[in-house]
Design a protein around this ligand. Structure first.
Ligand code: NAD
Ligand code: TDX
Length: 339
C-alpha cells in the first residue's frame, strides 16, 4: 500500500510516519510537506534511512505540484495532516489558514477525483464543534454535535470538513474524517501550551497562562491519535466521522502546575496574561463510536504521558534549541512581549 502523509514533517504527521513504518513495514510512506515554520526535516531523520520512506517537498495548495505528486506516486491512501495549526497565529493572520486549510484540502480532493484513490482521510479537530461551558461537565462532543466555530483556525478546519463531505457525496470520493482533541508528546512545536511551558520552565522564564487558566482541554498522547487514524484508514467506514479523545480533561492551570512539579520548579513562575480573543472554554470528546466500531482505546494516561513528554524534551534539547533560536524569537516577542 502506498500512503501519502501530507504535513508529515510536523508534530502529529511525523509521529504518524513513524507509527506506520513500525506497524506496517511493507507499506510505502511518502511524506509530502511544504516545510513551513512548523515543518522540520530533523524530525524525520530516523525515517530517512528506511527504504520504505520517501520525502517529497511541496505545497497542498499548489494544484500543479499536487497533480504531479499523484502522477508520480499513484497513492492508494492519502492522510491529510497538512495545515496551519496554531489558533493564536490564525487570530493574527487568518488568510494563510484559509489558503492552506481550505484551498489545500480542495486541491487534494480534486486530485483524488482526477486520479482515483482507495481512501482519503482528513485529520480534523474537536475545535470544529466550538466549545462547551465550564459548568456542564456532563456535556461532550459527539459526531452529531453541530459545527460551531470560534477562531479563524477552527472555521478553516470546519470548512475543510464540509468540503470532504461534499466531495464524498457528490463525486463518491472514499473519504473519512477524524476529529481529535489536543495532542501532546514528542516533536510538539514549542509555540503550543505544553512544550512552551516545559521550555520556559527550563529557562526559569515566566509561564504565560491566558486569562485565569480555567479553560479545559482534553489531552491525548500523540501515539494514541496515530493508532486511531491507522485503524480508520484500514477499517473505518467510508463517509463516516470519528471523534478521538481519551477522557483526560485538565484545566490549563493544572497542566502547567504538573509540568512545574515534574521539573521541580516553583509555581511563582506562573504569570497570568491577557486572555486569547474568543478563547474556547472547554473541549471534551465522547469517543464511544470509535471504541465501539473499531475497537480503539487510548493506551496512555495523562500522568504517564506528561512524564514521558517532559523526559523527551529534556533528552532532545538540540531539537528544540535549534527551533527557538531562530525566527521563533520574533514570534515570541510579538505574541508575549506586551501581553
Ligand atoms: P503542525 O503545525 O505541527 O504541522 C503541520 C505540518 O503541515 C508542518 O510540517 C507544515 O510544514 C505542513 N504544512 C503546512 N502548510 C502546508 C502546505 N500548504 N502544504 C504542505 N504542507 C504544509 O501541526 P500538528 O499539530 O501536527 O497538526 C496536524 C494536523 O492535525 C492538523 O491538520 C491539525 O489541524 C490537526 N489536529 C491537531 C491537533 C493538535 O493538538 N496538535 C489536534 C487535533 C487535530
Ligand atoms: O502560552 C499559552 N498560554 C496558554 O494559556 C498558550 C500557547 C496556550 N495557552 C492556553 C490556550 C488553550 O486554552 O492553553 C490551551 C492550549 O493552547 P494551544 O496549545 O494553543 O492549543 P489549542 O488552542 O487548544 O489548539 C490545539 O488543539 C486543537 C492545537 O493547536 C490545534 O491544532 C488542535 O486542532
Amino acid at each position: 500500500m502506498k500512503i501519502i502523509v501530507t504535513g508529515g514533517a510536523g508534530f502529529i504527521g511525523a509521529n504518524f510516519v513513524y507509527y506506520e513504518l513500525a506497524n506496517h513495514p511493507d507499506d510505502e510512506i511518502i511524506c509530502y510537506d511544504k516545510l513551513t515554520y512548523a515543518g522540520n526535516l530533523e524530525t524525520l531523520k530516523f525515517a530517512e534511512t528506511n527504504p520504505h520512506f520517501q520525502f517529497v517537498y511541496g505545497d497542498i495548495s499548489s494544484r500543479d505540484e499536487v497533480y504531479k505528486l499523484f502522477e508520480i506516486v499513484a497513492p492508494d491512501i492519502i492522510v491529510n495532516f497538512a495545515a496551519e495549526s496554531h489558533v493564536d497565529r490564525s487570530i493574527e493572520d487568518p488568510e494563510l489558514f484559509l489558503r492552506t486549510n481550505i484551498i489545500g484540502t480542495s486541491i487534494l480532493l480534486d486530485a483524488c477525483k482526477k486520479y482515483g484513490i482507495k481512501r482519503y482521510h482528513q485529520v480534523s479537530t474537536d475545535e470544529v464543534y466550538g466549545d462547551l461551558p465550564l459548568d456542564r461537565p456532563d456535556l461532550f462532543f459527539t459526531e452529531t454535535t453541530n459545527l460551531h466555530t470560534s477562531s479563524p483556525y477552527s472555521a478553516s478546519k470546519a470548512s475543510a470538513d464540509l468540503l470532504v463531505q461534499a466531495y464524498q457525496r457528490t463525486y463518491k470520493i472514499p473519504a473519512t474524517i477524524s476529529r481529535c482533541s489536543n495532542n501532546y508528546g514528542p516533536y510538539h512545536f514549542p509555540e503550543k501550551l505544553i512544550p512552551l511551558m516545559i521550555i520556559n520552565a527550563l529557562h526559569d522564564k515566566n509561564l504565560p497562562v491566558y486569562g485565569t487558566g480555567a479553560n479545559v482541554r482534553d489531552w491525548l498522547y500523540v501515539e494514541d491519535h496515530c493508532a486511531a487514524i491507522d485503524l480508520i484508514i484500514r477499517n473505518g467506514k467510508v463517509g463516516e466521522v470519528y471523534n478521538i479523545g481519551g477522557h483526560n480533561e485538565k484545566t490549563n492551570l493544572e497542566v502547567v502546575k504538573t509540568i512545574l512539579k515534574i521539573l521541580g520548579k516553583s509555581e511563582s513562575l506562573i504569570q497570568f496574561v491577557t486572555d486569547r480573543k474568543g478563547h474556547d472554554q472547554r473541549y471534551a470528546i465522547d469517543p464511544a463510536k470509535i471504541e465501539r466500531e473499531l475497537g480503539w482505546t487510548p493506551k496512555t494516561k495523562f500522568d504517564d504521558g506528561i512524564q514521558k513528554t517532559v523526559a523527551w524534551y529534556l533528552e532532545n534539547r538540540a531539537w528544540w534549541e535549534k527551533i527557538i533560536s531562530g525566527e521563533y524569537q520574533n514570534y515570541y516577542a510579538k505574541m508575549y512581549g506586551n501581553r
